[in-house]
Every structure is written in C-alpha cells, then in structure tokens.
Design a protein around this ligand. Structure first.
Ligand code: E4P
Length: 217
C-alpha cells in the first residue's frame, strides 16, 4: 500500500520523506487554511520535496471553472494531481482533464456508486472518506471493501485512495482490504510504530543492560 501524507506541513512531510515513507501528498482547502500558507507557494515546495503525486484541490463548483482551475494548479509542477469533488460537474471536469493526460483525484466519495462513476470518468484516484462515515455511525471501511470488489470485478485501473484516516488501525484495515493508497496525517503514520509491548520490552532490555555494566561504544 502506498502512503500519501494528508498535510501541507512541509517539515512534517520532509521528516517522513527522509525515511522513505512518502509516496505522495494530499491537500484540501481546509489543510491549506491550517498551513497558513499561500496555496501555490506551499504546493510548489511540497512538489519539489516529494517525487510522487501531490493533490491540489479546485474550489470552483461548475465544470468549466473547475477545468480552468485544474489546469492552473497543474502549472505548479509535473507531479500535481488535480483534486475534484465527486459532483456531476466534478465528473465532467474529471473526464476532460484525464483526457488531456492529467492525473485526477476525485474526492469526497461516500458510496460505491460514486466510485464507479469516477472510474468510468477516468479518475486516476478515488478518495473514499473513512473517518467521516465512521463519524455518522456508518462503516467507512465497508465502503473501501465495496469499491475494491467493484473495481476488481471489472478491472478498473482507478486507484483506491483511502482518505479521512484517523488512526493507525484505519491504516491496518485499509491495507488488509487492499486499498492501493492510504492518505493520513503525519501523526497517524508515526503512530503506526507504537506498541505497548515494544515499550515494555525495551524498558526491560535497557534495565538489564545497565546491570551488566557494559558499553557498546
Ligand atoms: C484527503 O484527501 C481528505 O481531504 C482528507 O483525508 C479528509 O480528512 P478528514 O475527514 O479528517 O478531514
């Protein structure tokens, strides 16, 4: 499973990138707001740092304006993926922009039917939102499973990009189901390294080592 970082925090992306943990980055208008940065400046910086796809989201809601914004965002760097909302206009823009050979990430997906439409419109990535479904007592992971089945039934090449990931457990479940990509905030990716038995075992080893009176260096 590829890891995308769901953030515009350049320092946090760089730290993970140095460890080989970053296959791409996703942003959205809320993430840009949180960064306090200019969208073009911060996205350019991220694109220079990361080799993989970097999603930048349009804010227009009508197809022609989405297409114009998408083309403008794509000028930032070659690895820009244009992020479009899963509306009828978003699907129209997806078809036009993918026909031009551009990468498109169709976002705000909450049903397998929406994912099916995005694949037929040529989307490079579909972003089903797990956490926001869980928030309203639905099963976000079941959606990932349904889309995996639908795409595999018909050989769609659109990549399932599990989004709105809130925990390390979400990462594990997305990987078990076979999501192609998972995008998560840096703290969630780092939390995947944690285990209480690792901490306990390490404390015991260090305590015993101290008793030996030895040093390695
Ligand atoms: C990524 O593409 C999405 O914009 C993001 O994962 C949404 O996450 P949230 O539901 O935690 O805001």
């Amino acid at each position: 499973m590829k890891f995308f970082v769901d953030s515009a925090d350049v320092a946090a992306i760089a730290e993970l990138n140095d460890l080989g943990m970053v296959d791409g980055v996703t942003t959205n208008p809320s993430i840009i707001l949180k960064s306090g940065r200019d969208i073009t400046e911060v996205t350019k910086e991220i694109c220079e740092l990361v080799d993989g796809p970097v999603s930048a989201e349009v804010v227009a809601t009508e197809a022609d304006a989405m297409i114009a914004e998408g083309r403008k965002l794509a000028e930032i760097a070659d690895n820009i993926t244009i992020k479009l909302p899963l509306t009828w206009d978003g699907l129209k823009a997806c078809k036009t922009l993918t026909d031009e050979g551009r990468m498109v990430n169709v976002t705000l997906c909450f049903s397998a039917n929406q994912a099916l439409l995005a694949a037929k419109a040529g989307a490079t990535f579909i972003s089903p939102f797990i956490g926001r479904l869980d928030d309203i007592n639905l099963d976000g992971m079941e959606l990932i499973e349904d889309i995996r089945t639908v795409y595999d039934n018909y050989g769609f090449e659109t990549q399932i990009l599990a989004a709105s990931i809130r925990s390390a457990n979400h990462m594990k479940e997305a990987a078990l189901i076979g999501a192609d990509v998972a995008t998560a905030p840096p703290n969630v990716i780092k939390a995947m390294a944690n285990h209480v038995l690792t901490d306990k075992g390490l404390a015991a080893f260090l305590s015993d080592w101290e008793k030996t009176g030895q040093t390695i260096l």
